[in-house]
Design a binder for this molecule. Structure first.
Ligand SMILES: Cc1ncc(COP(=O)(O)O)c(C=O)c1O
Length: 448
């Protein structure tokens, strides 16, 4: 009897198989990057675009970091290296994180990754079985939500309210905790809202976690904006609350603090050495190792005596811009924007603007299949880009589950003052352009 070929010819009726795995359909994305082709199309139409979409400091990494990377490259430090991260960098991280959080940390608890991002999905893969629940802030960094279903877990958004300064109370967290809660993601200072929970709030949150969660729960505390805090406030980490160090992964990196997004160096400090070794195994499977010359640059970033002053200077620049931009935003009719306490984003509420521009009515008039793909703030976002040349992000880019009736935008303040002023002026003009908006809806392109 003839054996069926490995790749049967003819119609694939015998072995029906979709091209992509089921899991692939569960994968989300980060719109800050996805919006790129829309910007290109807008520019091709002859309109210049002010880019306020991407969270990337408009500073160059400190010269001592660049000098170290170049010196390492010239010295031939260009080979594979320890997949967990160079011991020199892990020692520097353990020292800095330990001192700033009042903890004793072994370099073996540290694992280094290519950027802050990989450890988010890795943490979900490492700790969660299908059906386990992941609590994460919404609005929050998109990657928290985008990979949850991909790993088979259940997304449980913790909605941050404007009225609570975009932090949350223990009373909001408690009802979300169930016996299936495996991972709780926190992010202070927060992207996109700039919310910061202080030490007292973190203590209260920790108490709920310690008293209500399964013993194997893990808290992923994303502290990548730890050095970008306004008003001379000090960074507080939930890992410093007694008892929390046993269940918390402290995540941070060099993209934001050192304006070094292209360096792709981030890390987690794990509660145990064994957990760091599990992350190391993931690194071996995915990357083998991370460029050693950049890791030495990251070590110098942590150790150089001028780094603190350099970060303070950048933060002060963001804070100054922030005040001007927020004043300008609040002058637009129908827009209200809180002053962020950290990170470098403005997150204005645009509900009033959308109402007066007729965005709600336009949304209601759309066919159901289009409605399902867009939201009110998405319509305004796309109109502002294609008709007024300003690239910002809509609310649903920061966690879409349950966000349909929230109308916000995110503007990155990590752009020049001139661009920020021009960008906000363009948003104001878009808000007044009723005729242009009707044309945009009638054309029916780029509604999502
Ligand atoms: C909260 C948060 N976590 C992690 C990251 C990822 O940083 P990286 O560019 O180092 O991967 C970002 C980047 O925007 C972020 O905002």
């Amino acid at each position: 009897m003839a054996r069926p070929g490995r790749f049967p010819s003819g119609p694939a009726t015998e072995f029906p198989m979709a091209l992509y795995s089921d899991r692939t359909r569960m994968m989300g994305t980060e719109n800050a990057f996805k919006i790129g082709p829309h910007i290109t199309r807008t520019e091709a139409s002859g309109l210049s675009v002010i880019r306020l979409n991407i969270g990337e400091p408009d500073f160059n990494a400190p010269e001592w970091v660049i000098d170290e990377v170049v010196a390492q490259l010239r010295a031939g430090n260009t080979k594979y290296c320890d997949p967990q991260g160079l011991i020199s960098l892990r020692c520097a991280i353990a020292r800095q994180v330990g001192q700033s959080r009042n903890l004793t940390i072994s370099p073996d608890q540290v694992c280094v990754f290519p950027g802050g991002k990989p450890s988010i999905a890795f943490t979900q893969q490492l700790y969660c079985n299908p059906g386990d629940e992941i609590i994460y802030p919404s609005p929050g960094f998109p990657i928290y939500e985008s990979m949850v279903r991909y790993v088979g877990a259940v997304p449980v958004p913790l909605h941050l309210e404007e009225s609570e300064d975009f932090t949350f109370s223990p009373a909001q967290l408690k009802p979300l905790i169930t016996p299936r809660t495996k991972l709780i993601i926190l992010n202070f200072p927060s992207n996109p809202t700039g919310g910061v929970a202080d030490k007292t709030q973190l203590e209260a949150i920790a108490e709920v976690i310690l008293s209500s969660c399964n013993k194997d729960v893990r808290v992923y505390s994303d502290e990548i904006y730890e050095n970008i805090i306004f008003n001379d406030q000090a960074h507080a980490s939930i890992a410093s609350v007694p008892g929390m160090e046993k269940i918390t992964l402290i995540a941070s990196g060099f993209s934001k603090s050192f304006a070094w997004t292209g360096g792709r160096i981030g890390y987690v400090v794990c509660p145990t050495i064994e957990e760091a070794l599990q992350f190391k195994t993931l690194n071996i499977n995915y990357f083998s190792s991370i460029p050693p010359y950049n890791q030495e640059g990251a070590r110098v970033a942590l150790e150089h005596p001028d780094s603190k002053g350099w970060m303070a200077n950048m933060t002060a620049a963001f804070e100054r811009r922030c005040h001007t931009v927020i004043e300008d935003l609040n002058r637009i009719k129908g827009v209200s924007c809180q002053i962020p306490k950290g990170a470098f984003y403005a997150f204005p509420n645009i509900e009033g603007l959308c109402k007066r521009l007729g965005v709600m009515d336009a949304y209601d008039s759309l066919p159901e299949d289009i409605q399902a793909k867009t939201t009110i703030s998405t319509l305004f976002q796309m109109f502002a880009l294609y008709h007024h040349g300003v690239a910002v992000l809509d609310r649903s880019s920061f966690g879409s589950i349950g966000s349909r009736n929230q109308h916000f935008l995110r503007l990155s303040l990590a752009s020049s003052r001139a661009d920020l002023q021009d960008g906000v002026a363009r948003l104001a003009a878009a808000g007044d352009d009723t005729e242009g908006f009707q044309t945009f809806i009638a054309q029916g392109s780029h509604l999502f």
